[in-house]
Design a binder for this molecule. Structure first.
Ligand code: GDP
Ligand code: GDP
Length: 436
């Protein structure tokens, strides 16, 4: 099999060469404090989880002095475009966004290649919040790494192998979107999968993963082909997997990474605890769609009352749950199992929705009239206009005179108003402010 090629792109000094060396695990390249030293080694290969990859440090092809920045972008982008199967776009989390970062982001977005957005030099957890300012670029959720210490570089490579695997599978078998079924043990995930796969639905195929022990299933639902992730892991459950908490946590995280929409399964007879909240936080952070399915309703007395208090308790513990569909089901009695899938389809459509700029700005002027931004430290905060620069997950950028000064409460207000006007139920939306 042909090896997949990964291209690292980014402006000088973001740490491409350091990341390259970290990934291949040897020091072929020259790392320099000085910008613009051409590296002696720019292509190499490495192995991750039993698969070999080629990797190119595109920065190494340019002998960069300041005046050839545009040439540099050209060279980097044509290598990425013509030679690679996947692009790692690297930026420096500790610096402001530069015009070169912006240009490279555009190159990557227009290339139609799969890519990962890597924010480097996140050496400590304290630096993680730096990622917020990068949202305005309209890229995917960044992976935060420290090339220097190696922190999270393994996660990055998991992301690489996940994407290339999906790409390879997708070549063979097209599907419209992917759904993961996650939750703590014994809530009924396997029963749910079996109910869906055994009855009522045309099973399109089982897709064997090439590099891992999982099997996904494609089902057809209202003219859409939905890929159900890791159905084998759920169907062929052994007694030991429940004991190996770590294993199931890893598996859950991986399913979430790969999905468009996650179904979180909960047990209506059990408490909504910390583990459940952690899973939900993970899904929201990663910008995935989410549907909450609360199972085993057949075991509950006084159903109406019990459902109300279950929902109240969830919202009390985790307020943003208000923004996601909640369905009470009984897999055992086959109640509303289908409805969970139709909600997933709705959420998927919401996640890909794009609001026209003029419609958004009409809405904005109404909102600003009702509740203008506050003054902060004597500054009159103003919002000039807003646009939705990304779908899936949606990202709204507000152009403002003092983008850094908006209080969290006002951001939350804007998000709530977007939701009440435009919907986006089941979708995590991001808001960012840009200087104008
Ligand atoms: P390139 O021009 O993009 O290839 O960047 P280099 O790999 O040459 O790195 C530029 C500078 O950033 C060097 O001084 C590196 O030591 C430093 N650097 C790279 N990665 C990290 C990191 O994760 N944390 C910190 N603090 N510095 C880093
Ligand atoms: P998983 O660990 O989340 O995959 O859960 P399973 O599907 O293995 O289910 C755990 C247990 O809950 C099994 O004994 C199922 O028969 C039972 N179960 C699943 N769904 C329901 C339901 O809707 N009602 C009831 N009463 N039991 C259920």
């Amino acid at each position: 099999m042909k090896r997949n090629v990964i291209a690292i792109v980014g402006r000088p000094n973001v740490g491409k060469s350091t990341l390259f060396n970290r990934i291949i695990g040897r020091s072929h390249s020259i790392v320099s404090e000085v910008e613009g030293v051409t590296r002696d080694r720019v292509k190499d290969s490495f192995e991750w989880k039993g698969v070999e990859y080629d990797i190119i440090d595109t920065g190494g092809f340019v002998n960069n002095s300041k005046d050839v920045m545009s040439r540099q972008i050209n060279i980097q982008s044509s290598i990425a475009q013509e030679e690679s199967d996947l692009i790692l776009l690297v930026m420096d989390s500790r610096q402001d966004i530069t015009s070169t970062d912006r240009e490279l982001a555009q190159v990557v977005l227009k290339s139609n290649k799969p890519y990962l957005f890597v924010l480097n030099k996140v050496d400590t957890a304290k630096l993680e919040s730096n990622k917020d300012k990068f949202y305005e670029l309209g890229l995917k959720e960044p992976i935060l790494v420290s090339a220097q210490s190696g922190s999270k570089v393994g996660d990055l490579l998991d992301g690489v192998s996940g994407i290339l695997l999906i790409e390879n599978v997708a070549d063979k078998q097209k599907y419209d979107f992917s759904v993961a079924i996650v939750g703590t043990p014994n809530v009924g995930k396997s029963s749910f999968i079996n109910k869906i796969l055994n009855k009522d639905y045309a099973i399109v195929t089982d897709i064997a993963g090439t590099t891992r022990d999982s099997v996904d299933s494609n089902i057809k639902y209202y003219n859409k082909i939905i890929r159900l992730i890791d159905t084998a892991g759920l169907r062929k459950k052994t007694k030991i997997t429940e004991k190996i908490e770590f294993y199931s946590t890893v598996r859950t995280a991986r399913s979430i990474d790969e999905c468009d929409v996650a179904i979180v399964m909960l047990d209506s007879a059990k408490d909504f605890g910390k583990q459940e909240q952690d899973i939900i936080r993970n899904i929201i952070d990663k910008g995935k769609g989410m549907v909450l399915a609360i199972n085993k309703l057949d075991l509950v007395n006084n159903k109406a009352e019990a459902m109300d208090s279950y929902v109240d308790n969830m919202i009390y513990k985790y307020r943003s749950i208000l923004n996601y569909p909640i369905i009470f089901i009984s897999v055992k009695e086959n109640k509303r199992v289908r409805q969970v899938l139709s909600k997933c389809l709705e959420v998927y459509n919401e996640k890909n929705k794009k609001i026209k700029t003029n419609v958004l700005n009409n809405w904005l002027s109404k909102i600003l009239n009702q509740n203008p931004p506050p003054s902060v430290k004597g500054k009159n905060l103003k919002i000039k206009y807003v646009s939705q620069i990304r779908q899936n997950p949606p990202l709204f950028v507000f152009h403002s005179n003092f983008p850094e000064m908006f209080p969290v409460s006002y951001k939350r207000f804007l998000e709530n108003q977007i939701r009440s006007e435009f919907g986006f139920s089941g979708v995590s939306i991001k808001i960012s402010f840009r200087k104008k």
